[in-house]
Design a binder for this molecule. Structure first.
Ligand SMILES: *Cc1c(COP(=O)(O)O)cnc(C)c1O
Length: 416
């Protein structure tokens, strides 16, 4: 390790996490309630209550409790009518769960490059994509790290081309754009209660819609598509995707703390921002004129001029230490050596071996063609560039101010 200031600090006694579950006590109460009433099933009061409360919070007609955010996306893809051979414009820099369900149904993701203002789907590249692929009728976009995408632009373009929109708000529950909750901007939205999200059920997700027909379809498909008959009667293919009433109990206990979690995440983001003043880095950006993120993960991007040489393969990476410079690999290795968990930026989908044959569109057009014109030291697209220079920092709600200050010092020392 090139990090020479190591002796200034001792590793954290208690691991500082990227984002771990933060429980408050009521979770156990509602899980126990499910147990005592023997609703140890995918039916029960906890499910009814969290569906009601989330729909009210988000301001959508219906929120349907499901096993995971991914299963919610899968049913959203089916509701949108995406079928074998359909091209689908998808966020490129996101978690793979955003796009996998498109493939489950035989759709073909075409990845849209990222913009620099919010690190989400670039509306300019999206418009370009409709020129290149005029037959495409579907869009799936995510709000990365809890930061709302450019909703006005993305929704406007979708409308102009008559495309359906699925909004993956898995990471952005509680974030708003022009005062409206994320998850309500697409024709269908989803949120996730995975263990690392802003609030958690340990697992779980929800499909959000204003359309009662879609809500009813989702309930039916998620419980094996049983028809109303005395026996098991099936006219459609179904899934076992319904949320458990025990999981719903955890969510029910967490929901009252959503705003508190967001306030703590925001404080973490602000503390990093101040702590890094004078360093050649910037925080993950958002459009303060329109949006209030939920600040789920705090990230930094290193100035181009302050990047030491870093090379990444498919499974490993290395770098050459330079005075006054650093790179994500060095910072992540150093944090890990002090028992703190960071993470690389979600590696863009167009860079993933599994999606190497899929289309990719940047502002300039066909991104695959540009990759061949890649200039050493630079990046052909925004996603690859943010992946090369960015990283996610420990953003756990239970991290103390002292612990965070030490994280800041460790990052600072990497630039010495
Ligand atoms: C977590 C996540 C999902 C999937 O949610 P699960 O509940 O883990 O299935 C989907 N999209 C994004 C962007 C996520 O971060």
């Amino acid at each position: 390790m090139a990090f020479t200031q190591k002796n200034k600090f001792k590793p954290f006694d208690r691991k500082v996490w990227l984002a771990s579950p933060t429980m408050h006590g009521d979770e156990l109460k509602w899980m126990t309630d499910a147990y005592n009433k023997n609703w140890m099933s995918t039916v029960g009061e906890n499910i009814d209550e969290v569906e009601r409360a989330v729909a009210a919070k988000i301001g959508c007609g219906y929120a349907v409790g499901l096993a995971t955010g991914t299963s919610a996306l899968h049913l959203a893809v089916r509701l949108a009518g995406i079928k074998r051979g359909d091209g689908v414009f998808c966020s490129d820099m996101t978690f793979s769960a955003t796009v996998n369900p498109v493939v489950y149904e035989g759709g073909e993701p075409i990845f849209i490059d990222t913009e620099r203002d919010t690190w989400n789907m670039d509306p300019v590249a999206l418009e370009k994509a409709f020129e290149l692929y005029p037959d495409v009728k579907h869009i799936v976009f995510a709000n990365l790290y809890g930061t709302p995408a450019k909703m006005n632009e993305v929704c406007e373009i979708a409308k102009k081309h008559g495309a359906t929109v699925i909004e993956d708000a898995a990471e952005s529950f509680g974030a708003t754009y022009d005062g409206r909750q994320t998850g309500t901007f697409g024709d269908i939205g989803i949120i996730s209660f995975n263990g690392n999200k802003i609030i958690t059920g340990s697992a779980g997700g929800m499909l959000l819609t204003d359309d009662i027909k879609q809500a009813n379809k989702t309930r039916k498909w998620s419980t094996q598509s049983r028809e109303a008959a005395a026996w098991y009667q099936h006219e459609e293919i179904g899934y076992n995707y319904r949320m458990s009433n025990v999981i719903a109990g955890v969510v029910r206990g967490q929901l009252p703390y959503l705003e508190e979690h967001i306030a703590k995440k925001r404080a973490i983001y602000e503390r990093y921002r101040k702590g890094f003043e004078g360093l050649p880095v910037n925080m993950n950006p958002y459009d303060g004129a329109h949006s209030v993120p939920n600040f789920w993960l705090s990230c930094i991007i290193i100035d181009e001029t302050a990047m030491c040489k870093q090379v990444r393969g498919d499974g490993d990476s290395c770098y050459i230490k330079e005075k006054g410079k650093s790179c994500p690999t060095e910072i992540l290795e150093t944090l890990a050596s002090f028992n703190a968990e960071g993470r690389p930026i979600w590696k863009p989908m167009h860079m993933q071996p599994v999606f190497r044959m899929n289309g990719f569109v940047t502002r300039d057009g066909n991104g695959r063609a540009q990759t061949n014109a890649y200039i050493a030291g630079g990046c052909a697209d925004v996603g690859a560039d943010i992946f090369a220079r960015g990283l996610c920092l420990p953003s756990d709600i239970k991290m103390t101010a002292d612990e965070q200050d030490k994280v800041i010092e460790i990052v600072r020392a990497c630039f010495e």
